[in-house]
Design a protein around this ligand. Sequence first.
Ligand code: PXP
Length: 239
Amino acid sequence: MRLSVNVDHVATIRQARMTDEPDPVWAAVQAELAGACGITVHLRGDRRHIQDRDVRTLRETVVGVLNLEMRATPELMEVALDIGPDMATLVPEGERELTTQGGLDVIAEEAELREAIAKLKAAGITVSLFIDPDVVQVGRAKAVGADIVEIHTGIFADAETPEDAQREFEKVRVAAIAAIEMGLRAHGGHGLTYRNIHPIAGVDEIEEVSVGHSVVARSVLVGMDLAVREMVALLEGVE
Ligand code: PXP
């Protein structure tokens, strides 16, 4: 199973000070060198973390698959068609949400999605739809022309009991099998961590997962030792 690393939170730290570090592009290079198959960024309508310039620079630097997560608004469609990522993952987006809440309702937004998918595909962009683990939504994703479904793993990830986790995991697995049977490709993502990835990694039908928060959170901590040593060395080096 391949890993696409979502570097949004690197930009979140940068935007907390409106400065130029840490650079998500640098993080993306390191993620690819460490074995990620590609990089995911979510360009939100409010630009709270990733900026248009980041996506442009990533377009020039990412060697694997650059996946642009976005809501299919006219404004973001224009950006996507202009920059031309390898792949676009269409997601719902609420203004005040901390992170994406649930998958697209492909049935309710069928006409808009069909049009957006057609435009993206005509520009050579592979299209994924982020959907809940629901076989009906998988079928509608196929009907509107998606290439891939990214199955929402967040409910599985947030389950509070082993029984709930098992039930939610089964939904993810069944949705992934349905996707393959319908001729789609299956990805997974949201809320995956070093602790809960194991069962998902065992689902053969899921070819790729997108992980953001947990990888960036861990990178802050595994990098802390060296970062502090470097600053202490600078202080000690002063006469
Ligand atoms: N997939 C989608 C569609 C998302 O919106 C996100 C969060 O931006 C992710 C995957 C990654 O989720 P997490 O940051 O919880 O790993």
